[in-house]
Write a protein that binds this ligand. Structure first.
Ligand code: FAD
Ligand code: UDP
Length: 385
């Protein structure tokens, strides 16, 4: 259903869903279409889609307001579920890093090594090159260990040290190994950022896909509405909370740390700015982490082009849960409290404090729906997607 603010006290919803990102929208769609539940989604932002929201800027160039979102998954179930709401444009993501005045592929691969060091190695030679520099470790526990044990100190410093410090505000040695494990090391010339089976972008954008997803008579969407504004006035059966779990509980155990970003969008009077969608800037002297040029992602033809620089910050919207041991311990306390709170389910990247990609959040919502369907006595396999 289209956005509405005409909900009155008399309206009764089976579910109130806080947050119109992937977590909330997928669950709303399943509940409405498969279990005939009446759902109200609210979002404090003025749009659907959460962080995946895209829109035309003032010049008519399609941008991602909250930074580049590239869809990739190995889960056919997730792709086929989303395919009900969008067609796709094939797209394989490639990223370059500005290192030693050169633009080289990241993840580090054969071309990266040959270009940086003026060599002409083959794959076996690159493997030997890295093995000679790698610092083997019996226990790989931090994000620093992951990289140093694969490529050694020098490449770690060139590509990871500065970027990670800027992005997370701490040294990679203080971050869970999962963070830099997202970026592999390769000795062949494969320069794709991801190797997932399915890599594509929604043909008409994420926002259009979300609009179709929630276009159901059982779903009402209220933008620009904070949970605090409606919690005592809306009549609902069950609450699904996709916002920050610590905020819901009034930070009773203290604040869970999140990393934020300031996005600097600009439109340039030229057709193309850079050769690939994303260029990373790991050098500590450069205050931003990466520049994205959206036309590579969207395939849009336009005489102008729009780019975004990302400046990591400690304050601001909570974009990234920070994977580190003490944060996991604090989250555990909130998780236990959540389990003892009847009538509320926490989900999504913020609700479960997990550094999830979009496809993982879709899978999480489909799994949550399957559990709810079972409670309703329905067979989830037949209904999940
Ligand atoms: P969100 O999209 O954050 O949605 C939560 C919503 O809840 C928000 O819209 C928020 O306004 C709302 N909300 C919170 N609290 C309240 C409240 N009290 N009242 C009302 N509303 C509230 N994933 C990929 O797969 N590929 C990528 O390339 C990729 N790039 C990314 C780049 C950046 C810069 C970031 C930050 C993330 C990226 N991700 C990417 C991850 C992706 O954004 C998330 O996996 C996904 O958006 C999470 O969906 P969600 O619904 O859990 O959370
Ligand atoms: N990273 C890095 N240098 C790079 C790319 C990534 O140090 O050129 C590290 C950094 O810590 C980053 C993490 O690897 O936060 C994960 O990278 P990814 O591109 O997956 O980050 P995201 O797209 O989620 O911001």
């Amino acid at each position: 259903m289209t956005p509405s603010s005409s909900s009155t006290r008399a309206d009764r919803y089976d579910y109130l869903i806080v947050g119109g990102g992937f977590a909330g929208s997928v669950l709303a769609e399943r509940l409405a279409s498969q279990l005939d539940q009446k759902v109200l989604i609210i979002d404090r932002r003025n749009h659907i889609g959460g962080n995946a929201y895209d829109c035309l800027d003032e010049s008519g160039v399609m941008i991602h307001r909250y930074g580049p979102h590239i869809f990739h998954t190995n889960a056919e179930r997730v792709l086929s579920y989303l395919s009900q709401f969008t067609e796709w444009r094939p797209y394989e993501h490639r990223v370059l890093a500005q290192v030693d005045e050169k633009l080289v592929p990241i993840p580090i691969n054969l071309t990266t090594i040959n270009t940086l060091y003026g060599l002409n190695l083959d794959s076996a030679g690159a493997a030997e090159f890295l093995a000679a520099r790698a610092v083997p470790s019996t226990t790989i526990s931090s994000s620093r260990d992951v990289v140093v044990s694969a490529v050694g100190e020098e490449l770690y410093q060139k590509f990871f040290e500065g970027y990670t410090r800027k992005q997370w505000g701490v040294d990679a040695s203080e971050l869970d190994k999962a963070v830099t494990s997202r970026v592999p090391t390769r000795t062949d010339a494969d320069d794709r950022y991801f190797q997932d089976k399915f890599q594509c972008m929604p043909l008409h954008g994420y926002t259009r896909m979300f609009e179709k997803m929630i276009d159901h008579p059982n779903i009402t969407f209220m933008p620009s509405t904070d949970y605090s504004q409606v919690k005592d006035t809306v009549d609902f059966g069950h609450l699904v909370y996709c916002g920050p779990v610590d905020e819901y509980f009034g930070f009773c155990y203290g604040k869970l740390p999140y990393r934020s970003l300031r996005f600097e969008h600009s439109t340039l009077d030229q057709e193309q700015y850079q050769h690939v969608a994303v260029v990373n800037y790991p050098a500590p002297e450069v205050p931003f982490t990466r520049i994205t040029e959206y036309k590579h992602l969207t395939g849009q033809k336009h005489p102008k082009t729009s780019i975004t620089r990302e400046f990591p910050t400690a304050e601001g919207d909570p974009y990234y849960p920070i994977p580190a041991a003490e944060n996991a311990t604090l989250y555990k306390r909130y998780e236990e409290l959540a389990e003892r709170t009847p009538g509320v389910t926490f989900t999504g990247r913020l609700g479960t404090y997990r550094y999830y990609n979009m496809d993982q959040v879709v899978a999480q919502s489909l799994a949550l729906f399957a559990r709810i369907a079972q409670e309703h006595g329905e067979v989830p396999e037949a209904m999940a997607a």
